[in-house]
Write a protein that binds this ligand. Structure first.
Ligand code: HAM
Length: 437
């Protein structure tokens, strides 16, 4: 191939992060990390590639059959690029099962890959904040996880009218299906159909339940009436379903924690991943411009069991950076994030024919002094550029100060500090300069 025809675009559905995007990414990640640490969560990470089978068992058909990037490595092993983090954390917990100090509170921001059709809010690559707690069976842990989600959003200045957490419960749904005498072999197909419900019409939903799950009209009706049911229905199911009891207890604790107004019971939230076993929830932007879930999670009590046969419960969520940035932009919550260079040290241009490096040396020395003081400095690297051009560069880059060192300054051991915004300048001795910075 001719070199001039190499592609300049990134791989489809993947992003380049130019410095202005990187600033935003770092701003978001830093706040995410701060909030997690405030709740006592510790950061971890795992490999980018994992054995394929850790997803095949429990991540759900869509993810495994349609979206995973997998290949056979040179040693003939089937491996996958991680499409989600939960199997990795479950594997890591399993590996050190008996040494870990429970409950475990861990977070991570992995880059994940899924072969999806790129569209608004969905790419083939995204970063996902994962926050998980292991070793607490009670819904107190679910509450802490929801509290973290609420705090994460508030940290960026979001308020109640901007987002909503919708919560369902897998046990309650299964109990409703059992109550309607639907055999458990059909539950998986039914959950898959419910997970798609928001994207399809009711008629298509009925059709799928009839054709794929082989349900009778009466059974379909009982599912539909459950999906349209309100909080009273949970009270009615209280005696029959531990799931209903779990939801009621969760709601009570949400009230006690003062965050109940952020969370809404929604029986149609079931989640697409197979491993969830209790409460499940999704976070939504309330602006219609960003209709995709910004985060999703829930309780998964059997994932570690699949690795080492020992039961340890988990609950957590994943929050994607793509929809999150859309959310911040939608609600004008993203501030201008300035570049971080504070000083441009200009270099006085040499007169034609001058061999002396005195201007460059003086500027280099000043840059050194500032850097030793921990300041962020760019030193001009060409000895023949007009000062105006150097100042233009600083202005375009939004560097707040320029330092000018010409003959007068060198002879008097001074510098000229120029405030690029105010367009004012001061002549200062080196020690005065150090004192004011
Ligand atoms: P998930 O619902 O598949 O859950 O993903 C969580 C979030 O990641 C989504 O709500 C969305 O914001 C973001 N996301 C997912 N796929 C994409 C994509 N293709 N492009 C952009 N953003 C995306 C999980 O992955 C679970 N493992 C989360 C979890 C952690 N559950 C318990 N702990």
């Amino acid at each position: 191939m001719d070199n001039t025809s190499l592609p300049t675009q990134p791989y489809k559905g993947a992003r380049d992060f130019y410095p202005e995007d990187m600033r935003i990414r770092n701003y978001i990640f830093l706040k995410w990390k701060e909030v997690c640490k405030r709740f006592g969560y510790e950061e971890y990470d795992g490999p980018f590639i994992e054995p394929f089978e850790i997803y095949a068992a429990k991540s759900g058909e869509e993810l495994v059959n349609e979206q995973i990037y997998s290949f056979i490595d040179r040693g003939d092993r089937k491996v996958a690029i991680r499409p989600e983090m939960t199997p990795t954390i479950a594997r890591m917990v399993s590996q050190r099962y008996s040494e870990l100090n429970y409950p475990i509170r861990w977070f991570s921001i992995p880059n994940l890959w899924r072969y999806e059709k790129p569209q608004k809010g969905r790419l083939r690559e995204h970063f996902q904040l994962n926050v998980d707690i292991f070793g607490i069976d009670g819904v107190e842990a679910d509450i802490e996880i929801i509290q973290i989600i609420v705090n994460l959003l508030k940290e960026f200045g979001a308020d109640k009218n901007m987002f909503e957490i919708r919560m369902g419960n897998r046990i309650l749904l299964e109990d409703v299906l059992k109550d309607a005498n639907i055999p458990s072999s059909k539950f998986k197909d039914i959950m898959k159909a419910i997970d798609k419900l928001k994207k399809i019409s009711v008629d298509d939903f009925k059709y799928i339940l009839k054709e794929k799950a082989d349900l009778k009209p009466k059974e379909i009706d009982s599912i539909l009436s459950f999906l349209q049911s309100s909080n009273e229905y949970i009270l009615k199911m209280k005696e029959k379903s531990p799931g209903a009891e779990e939801i009621l207890k969760t709601m009570k604790l949400l009230r006690l924690s003062g965050i109940e107004s952020y969370v809404k019971y929604d029986p149609s939230v079931v989640r697409g991943l197979d491993y969830y076993t209790g409460n499940v929830f999704e976070l939504f932007d309330l602006s219609p411009n960003n209709s995709r879930a910004m985060a999703g999670g829930g309780r998964y009590n059997n994932l570690v069991e699949g690795f080492i046969g020992k039961r340890i419960s988990g609950v957590g969520f994943g929050m994607g950076d793509v929809t999150f940035r859309n959310f911040l932009e939608n609600w004008h919550l993203l501030p201008q994030i300035p570049q971080t260079t504070e000083f441009l040290i200009t270099v006085w241009p040499k007169e034609d024919g001058t061999k002396s490096d005195k201007y460059f040396n003086a500027s280099l020395e000043t840059a050194d002094i500032l850097r030793k003081k921990g300041r962020n400095v760019i030193l001009w690297l060409d000895a023949n550029t007009k000062i105006e051009k150097q100042l233009k560069f600083a202005d375009k880059k939004n560097i707040p100060y320029a330092v000018i060192i010409g003959d007068d300054e060198i002879n008097n051991k001074k510098i000229t500090l120029k405030d690029m915004k105010e367009m004012k300048q001061k002549n200062l001795s080196i020690s005065e300069f150090i004192n004011i910075i």
